[in-house]
Design a protein around this ligand. Sequence first.
Ligand SMILES: [Zn+2]
Length: 87
Amino acid sequence: MANGWAHDGAVLDQIEDTVTDGVSTARARLPSGPGTEDCVACGEDIPEARRKALPGVTTCVACQSGRDKRIVVAGINRRGSKDSQLR
Ligand SMILES: [Zn+2]
């Protein structure tokens, strides 16, 4: 996990405090696959440069930067949104 995610450490700590949301949120955040072409939170295209810089990234810049403020409220909505985005 030393591939450019270090600056997100504080956010990850916050996620782990909210265990219920933390499972799905952390899975969406961590680079564990090819990532997505569209943001799982808002559906916008993720720029190719960003996907190359952050392998496995699943959110656009705007959503990732706002995520620490929305973690608790966005948990349920994001799950529904992600399911629809996968189709
Ligand atoms: Zn987004």
